[in-house]
Design a protein around this ligand. Structure first.
Ligand SMILES: NC(=O)c1ccc[n+]([C@@H]2O[C@H](COP(=O)([O-])OP(=O)(O)OC[C@H]3O[C@@H](n4cnc5c(N)ncnc54)[C@H](OP(=O)(O)O)[C@@H]3O)[C@@H](O)[C@H]2O)c1
Length: 313
């Protein structure tokens, strides 16, 4: 890997006790340039176990736990207050299909699937900026689902006018009515998050904001909350057996490598969403607006940003 001009010494990762977040922490610790990795996790016991394992595997004692539940703005604000230094790179990794109750509204009025993938991360970045604790780069863990994945049946987000009201209805779940399928809603929420990142890139030109998908990544916990049949199909048959043959899944270290490489890749441009080429979920990453033009529509970016902020005090 070429040395980055950004010189990211201190990195914070949300959802760092498992899956891609944890492996990203491991890979970062193997870089001499990394001096500190903050593991932002909601569960202290799991975080302590992950920290110990990471120290054992890497031989480095540079991990620090920050307790943060990204579904709770209060928890995020408290965690940022406790940080004693500025962060060079922030990896907004926590996310997924929203646990066992993806549709349940949080006290802010968004669905849990929105809270975990987006709301808390918006608060996190705002608070870091407000406290002057963000130096170089923000990476948002997006997904190819945000531009649709034909092969897995995840449809391209098909909004009527991508207005503020429509995004609000995405974030509080009203848009989906009785057809609340977490796998489909997930793609639309990640789409909203990706647009928010592009808005932030325009608003804060001195910080780099990139959305990156890890690609179809095996060996994570992400599928555990899906309904039984979907879980068996995806986790135990699709992901390990058929998807690798079709270029639709790669191993955990490959998914995490995308994050590690991207925060240090000076060629990636702020405001852009990078993920796999059109018909695969592995391999090199490319600008997704070539596949789904709506991603670079600045009005949509502004609308997604305004809509999510309606749920933040
Ligand atoms: N795996 C893939 O194929 C894939 C593809 C595209 C995008 N992504 C995205 O990549 C990211 C990582 O996915 P993954 O597959 O590694 O997921 P994962 O194995 O399920 O891990 C998710 C991590 O997020 C944490 N988390 C969940 N809710 C949280 C909350 N409210 N506050 C703080 N942390 C929370 C989990 O902690 P707990 O242990 O406490 O639950 C866990 O550490 C996600 O944003 C996902 O949407 C994944």
């Amino acid at each position: 890997m070429k040395k980055s001009k950004l010189n990211n010494k201190t990195i914070l990762i949300t959802g760092a006790n498992a899956g891609i977040g944890k492996d990203t922490a491991r890979q970062l610790a193997l870089l001499k340039t990394t001096k500190k990795v903050y593991l932002a996790c909601r569960n202290k016991d799991k975080a302590v176990i992950a920290k110990r394992e990471l120290e054992e595997i890497t031989g480095r004692f540079i991990f620090e736990i920050v307790i943060m539940d990204v579904t709770s703005p209060d928890s995020v604000r408290k965690a940022v207050k406790q940080l004693n230094e500025a962060i060079d790179a922030v990896i907004l990794n926590a996310g997924g299909v929203g646990g066992k109750t993806p549709r349940k509204l949080t006290k802010e009025g968004v669905t849990t699937i929105t809270a975990v993938n987006l709301l808390g991360h918006v608060v996190l970045v705002d608070e870091l900026l407000k406290e002057d604790k963000l130096n170089n780069v923000v990476l948002y863990a997006s997904s190819e689902a945000a531009r649709g994945i034909k092969q897995t049946g995840m449809k391209r987000p098909d909004l009527k006018d991508s207005s503020v009201a429509e995004f609000e209805a995405v974030f509080n779940g009203e848009l989906f009515g009785d057809k609340f399928d977490p796998l489909q809603v997930y793609g639309v929420v990640k789409y909203g998050g990706t647009l928010w990142m592009s808005y932030m890139a325009r608003k804060y030109p001195s910080i780099k904001f990139i959305s990156v998908s890890p690609g179809g990544t095996r060996g994570t916990e992400g599928m555990n909350d899906l309904p039984f049949v979907k879980r068996i199909l995806f986790k135990y048959i699709g992901m390990p057996v058929f998807m690798p043959l079709m270029g639709l899944s790669h191993k955990l270290s490959k998914g995490a490598e995308r994050f590690v490489d991207s925060i240090n890749n000076d060629a990636l441009q702020s405001g852009v969403f990078y993920a796999s080429k059109e018909n695969v979920l592995t391999g090199p990453i490319v600008d997704q607006s070539r596949i789904f033009q709506d991603l670079k529509n600045e009005v949509y970016q502004n609308n997604a940003n305004e809509a999510i902020r309606r749920f933040i005090n």
